[in-house]
Design a protein around this ligand. Sequence first.
Ligand SMILES: [Cu+2]
Length: 271
Amino acid sequence: MKRVPRNGNSRTGGLLFNLGNHRVGILSACHAVPPAGGSTRRSPLRFLRLPTVLSVCVAVSGCSGDLSALDPAGPSASAIAILWWAMLAGAAGIFGLVMALFCIVLFAPRWVENVQPRQWIVWGGLVMPIPVLVALLGFAFVQGEKLFGAATSQPDITITATSRMWGWEFAYDRDGVRVRSHDVLHIPVGKAVKIDTTSADVIHSFWVPRLGGKIDSIPGQLNSMILQADIEGSFGGICAEYCGEGHSAMNFRVLAHDLPTFENTLRNLSP
Ligand SMILES: [Cu+2]
């Protein structure tokens, strides 16, 4: 897919991309204008234009936002997001190969009429997907090591997150005194924050998609993870384990402050 400049044969209010031999307008309709003195030849794949545009729009709309794991703001979340994109690229590669074969069978059956069933199985089921899957597996190991490194780095601060139906309590150590906040987790930006989580009732799950992966919050058990925000800001957090009728509202916010603001915030919290 490559971007192309506007020219006299197309008129669009948005972006134009080449998709094979077909131009696709993103965010607006694309109207083909017949060249002077000639007629426009209608493409046999024109029925793919609208689904393609809608698919791209829907897909792109999910790439950012308060709870988007594809909009990372910390090292653990970045490792997860990169792996996700690599998996998508691999899946798209295999899908593209299968669709190319499908189109050949559909529109140029003569090219494949001499292919034996065994050849379809060997080439389509083994030769095509195995290199892609092996490459993805290797890359997943590499990213997994990065994620493990980020998740086990030496913490600068430890915060306890206690879940209960249906909210979160965060406890901090302020010069030997335990202070608490409810449904708002304060962290210092750029610091490795160890989250020790446990539950007061049923199993919940602590998840801040833009900062890291999920970790279960289990009664009678302390599970830990390292969270780090590379930028100041407000990040959405949720309970990622169904825990009853109030589950959908069991949200919290993570506020990443610069260090002086963080310390000042702790001074204003109550035991
Ligand atoms: Cu929950």
